[in-house]
Design a protein around this ligand. Structure first.
Ligand code: MG
Length: 248
């Protein structure tokens, strides 16, 4: 057995089946102790909401934490100080104030609470009925001012404006470079659309059986030896995938 980089989404991927999570935690903790494998959580949650979940579900302390869909990274989450090197990468082409000013002209966009905002993420509510036209017009308005920004619309209500370098997949690449871990020695696990950015490289990809329709659709069009759709849900599916790829 050799060390590997384990990256997982939290809600409905790592978390969702408490018994299987307990079993997986034991396996991961033992592997980390014996082979120095790394454990990383990549979540859409803010640091605050992550802490609530980590406490409620006794999550293993991760070696790195990627929060707010890739717009913050922490190596010591006690300190609440996000990683500066990652922040510098996100800052390229991003100007929060100017971008928010452009978006404020769109009356269908309603700003989400402060807990969901951060220096590299601006989040709104947007009704599904007007989403398509609003997104197209907003994209055009941003482009006109020279901003190449990611617009991530999900769950028929949430709109995140993110730096072009801000996603879970690029955050994983950054960690692989920092720790010098090859893609073949990396497994990424997820259940929904914002996990797709992690699945597009040569890392081993594990989709839990309870994956959302948008991810199953992606899988149908991207069936390679790197991607595995588990038969079990949540942590049970992760254990299955770790075995499938020979990591445990
Ligand atoms: Mg999820």
């Amino acid at each position: 057995m050799s060390p590997f980089l384990f990256v997982t989404d939290l809600d409905n991927t790592l978390v969702g089946d408490d018994a299987a999570l307990l079993e997986l935690n034991q396996k991961l903790a033992a592997h980390r102790q014996q082979y120095h494998s790394k454990i990383v959580y990549a979540t859409g949650r803010s640091l605050y909401l992550y802490r609530l979940l980590a406490e409620a579900k006794s999550l293993l302390p991760p070696d790195a934490l990627i929060t707010a869909v890739g717009t913050e990274m922490y190596f010591d989450q006690q300190e609440s100080q996000y990683d500066r090197e990652w922040a510098n990468i996100l800052a390229q082409g991003w100007n929060r104030q100017e971008i928010a000013a452009i978006a404020s002209q769109f009356t269908d966009l309603q700003l989400q609470p402060n807990s969901e905002q951060n220096p590299f993420k601006i989040s709104y509510y947007l009704a599904e009925a007007v989403a398509e036209s609003t997104l197209a017009e907003l994209q055009a308005a941003l482009k006109q001012k020279g901003f190449e920004i990611k617009l991530i619309y999900s769950a028929g209500q949430d709109l995140d404006l993110l730096p072009k370098n801000g996603d879970k997949g690029l955050a994983v690449q950054f960690l692989r470079r920092r720790w010098k871990i090859a893609p073949e020695q990396t497994i990424v696990c997820g259940d929904s659309g914002n996990d797709i950015s992690m699945f597009e490289g040569q890392e081993k990809s594990l989709l839990v059986a309870n994956a959302k329709p948008e991810l199953l659709e992606w899988y149908a069009a991207n069936q390679t030896e790197y991607n595995y759709l588990a038969k079990a849900d949540c942590a049970g599916g992760i254990i299955e995938g770790l075995k499938h790829f020979g990591f445990i």
